[in-house]
Design a protein around this ligand. Structure first.
Ligand SMILES: [Zn+2]
Length: 158
């Protein structure tokens, strides 16, 4: 399955998953519904980050170059002025190139990593003042989104 198929399949599958979760957990505040939806949707495409030419990897490359260059520039600009830009851009570009290569459908295509991804929702819930129900909602939304990708790939391993 490609990016679009994973995204669209996951997108429509949200409805039954949402209904099941809300039946079990109970209603959550609108902000948790929306953030849960976004965690879920990102999860449906995120595992293919480990594939060199995947759409999600390209999108993350864009975010990486943008954020690392900007953060670095704001750090060096006081001392280097304009020259801070080429330095910061060089740092962003080279640091991405030296990141270790990952095997496609390796560790990122596992239930273990689905769990790790879901843990990212915990600090978000705490920051937003979530109670037990909304925290569980965010966690499970992230978990189901990511795990559905693995099921569709037929690579459901621990
Ligand atoms: Zn995949």
């Amino acid at each position: 399955m490609n990016f679009k198929e994973h995204l669209e399949f996951g997108f429509w599958l949200f409805i039954p998953i949402y209904l099941i979760l809300v039946t079990i957990i109970g209603e959550v505040e609108l902000k948790f519904e929306i953030i849960g939806f976004l965690f879920y949707l990102l999860g449906t495409v995120l595992p293919d980050f480990d594939k060199e030419d995947s759409t999600i990897r390209r999108a993350m490359y864009l975010l990486y170059l943008g954020s690392v260059s900007s953060i670095s520039h704001s750090f060096f600009v006081k001392h280097l002025g304009f020259y801070s830009w080429p330095l910061s851009m060089g740092i962003a570009y080279i640091s991405w190139k030296v990141l270790p290569k990952t095997k496609h459908r390796g560790i990122f295509h596992s239930i273990r990593f689905s769990f790790v991804y879901s843990l990212l929702s915990l600090p978000v819930s705490i920051i937003l003042g979530g109670n037990l129900n909304s925290t569980l909602f965010l966690f499970l939304m992230a978990f189901f989104g990511y795990t559905i990708h693995l099921i569709l790939d037929g690579s459901l391993k621990f």
